[in-house]
Design a protein around this ligand. Structure first.
Ligand code: AKG
Length: 356
């Protein structure tokens, strides 16, 4: 397998941001086989990846057309973006190579983004309550997700945000509780992903789970041999779906605007609840987990009783794949431990019943 010249360029750009990404000849050869390549979108591919808990990157996820219509109408993306926020709305941002936390007005962040001279990222601009959600049809990244149907105390776990960053930004290695989706509107990022636990056993830190002072420990020598390692670029119009067990380290190669959100649907429910219970969580408390199990149960009932179209929309036909994956991945003892929670037991039994 050959590495495309543009990919070598991307890695060189990434190494300018973070020295631990400097490539030697041997590393370069080993990296080639770890690239996750984008695919053309189909719902079957999406749900199958969710069921098997594998990352997947799409070229043409259906969100693209609505976002393109908004951003590519001849006006500068920064102007379009500004029109969606009041001049007083503030957001958390990270500035400079040390990623110092600041609160800035969203309009200021957009101006800095437009000029592209400073290193600045703002990944926490919530869009469900802004005009952004009304201007775009973000439904496509949510029509298989029970979290947006939840009461407000749970709905915030969707963490539906707009991300803005100038070239040179880095998001340190971390993992999130739920599986997450990222859509790139403009720009390019390089992502490195690996299973958190496998990485930790081999010296790769996760700043959410390790005691990290400045930056999580990372080396390509430790990353390359992991069974779970992948890397890829996400660029304009592409959409990533990433399982929550994967720690990710992200470098902004070209100034970027995107959106992201977390999801629990029918095909990833068993795996998400299992991971939360066995491997621990940051945001999802036991009470939240049980409330989300109830939402999935409710959606499962509706879908089981609904039309073929509803089943297709919610990934009902991938429940068997999800169940088989879960049975293979976790030991009988682990599955029994999970089943000691009556809600989880009800869900597992209901899914088995649907698969008969
Ligand atoms: O795009 C980035 O820089 C980080 C994104 C991220 O960590 C996420 O969506 O979970």
């Amino acid at each position: 397998m050959k590495m495309h010249a543009s990919l070598v360029t991307h890695w060189k750009q990434a190494a300018e941001i973070d020295k631990s990404l400097i490539l030697s000849g041997k590393v370069l050869k080993n990296l080639v086989g770890l690239e996750l390549r984008p695919e053309n979108y189909s719902r079957r591919r999406l749900f199958s990846a969710m069921a098997r808990q594998e990352p997947i990157l799409f070229n043409n996820f259906p969100l693209r057309s609505t976002l393109r219509a908004f951003f590519h109408n001849g006006d500068e993306p920064a102007n379009r973006l500004k029109s969606l926020f009041s001049s007083t709305t503030k957001t958390l941002a990270r500035a400079g190579p040390a990623r110092r936390v600041k609160y800035l007005r969203v309009h200021e962040v957009i101006d800095i983004w437009r000029r592209g001279r400073a290193t600045l990222s703002a990944n926490d601009v919530y869009f469900r309550t802004s005009k952004l959600d009304r201007v775009f049809d973000c439904e496509a990244i949510g029509d298989f997700n029970v979290i947006p149907t939840a009461p407000p105390r749970i709905r915030h776990l969707e963490v539906a945000t707009l991300l803005m960053g100038t070239a040179g930004c880095m998001t340190d290695s971390h993992s999130d509780d739920p599986d997450g989706c990222n859509h790139c509107i403009v720009g390019k990022k390089l992502w490195l992903v690996w299973d958190r636990r496998e990485g930790q056993q081999h010296g790769l830190e996760d700043c959410e789970y390790n005691d990290v002072r400045t930056q999580s420990k990372f080396s390509l020598e430790a990353f390359l041999p992991l069974r779970s390692s992948n890397w890829f670029t996400v660029s304009e119009g592409q959409t990533l779906f990433l399982p929550g067990n994967l720690t990710h380290k992200v470098m902004t190669l070209e100034k970027y605007i995107g959106i992201s959100s977390f999801y629990v649907g029918l095909p990833n429910a068993l795996s998400s609840f299992t991971r939360w219970q066995l491997n621990g969580t940051i945001m999802v408390t036991e009470q939240f987990r049980n409330e989300i199990i109830k939402l999935v149960l409710r959606q499962l009932e509706r879908t089981a009783a609904g039309s073929r179209q509803l089943k297709h929309t919610w990934g009902y036909y991938h429940l068997e794949e999800a169940l088989r994956h879960w049975e293979r991945k976790y030991t009988r003892a682990q599955r029994e431990e999970l089943r000691s929670n009556p809600l989880f037991r009800e869900l597992a039994d209901r899914i088995s019943f649907c698969c008969r």
